[in-house]
Design a protein around this ligand. Structure first.
Ligand code: THU
Length: 136
């Protein structure tokens, strides 16, 4: 594991401590790194109206974008289950909007880490270029 990966995972674990997950008891933390090296973290925030729940990944990306950041290099996601979890479909789409080349570090609670590229998780993505004049 390289240093950047270890640091990003450590920040995701700190964010996971703030997870609000009384319904699923599945606690998630995320840490999103910008090109300039800043990190925005997030945790899942559940709601008794289940559909109002927001995933940790989207909390992190919305915090970053609303702070003026749009270029991201890597995302760490930690979950409270042994098995690392890959971001849900909605989060993949939201992340792809800003960072199609994002590198993902996915950690289970016993330390298993998997690495993936967002591009591989969202093949034939619906992307901004498809709605603009200069579409590829
Ligand atoms: N969750 C995330 O935070 N990220 C994901 O990628 C998948 C699911 C959260 C949402 C909900 O609070 C709990 O995990 C169970 O679905």
């Amino acid at each position: 594991m390289n240093q950047n990966q270890a640091e990003l995972i450590a920040l995701a674990r700190m964010a996971q401590e703030r997870a609000y997950a009384p319904y699923s008891n599945y606690r998630v933390g995320a840490a999103l790194q910008t090109v300039s090296g800043k990190v925005y973290s997030g945790c899942n925030i559940e709601n008794i109206s289940y559909g109002a729940t927001v995933c940790a990944e989207r909390v992190a990306v919305f915090k970053a974008v609303s702070s003026g950041e749009r270029c991201f290099t890597a995302l760490a996601v930690v979950v409270s289950d042994d098995r690392p979890a890959y971001p849900c479909g909605i989060c993949r789409q939201v992340l792809f909007e800003f960072a199609p080349d994002l590198v993902l570090y996915l950690r289970g609670c016993r330390g298993t880490v998997e690495t993936a590229l967002l591009r591989d998780l969202l093949p034939r993505a619906f992307k901004p270029a498809l709605l603009t004049e200069d579409a590829e």
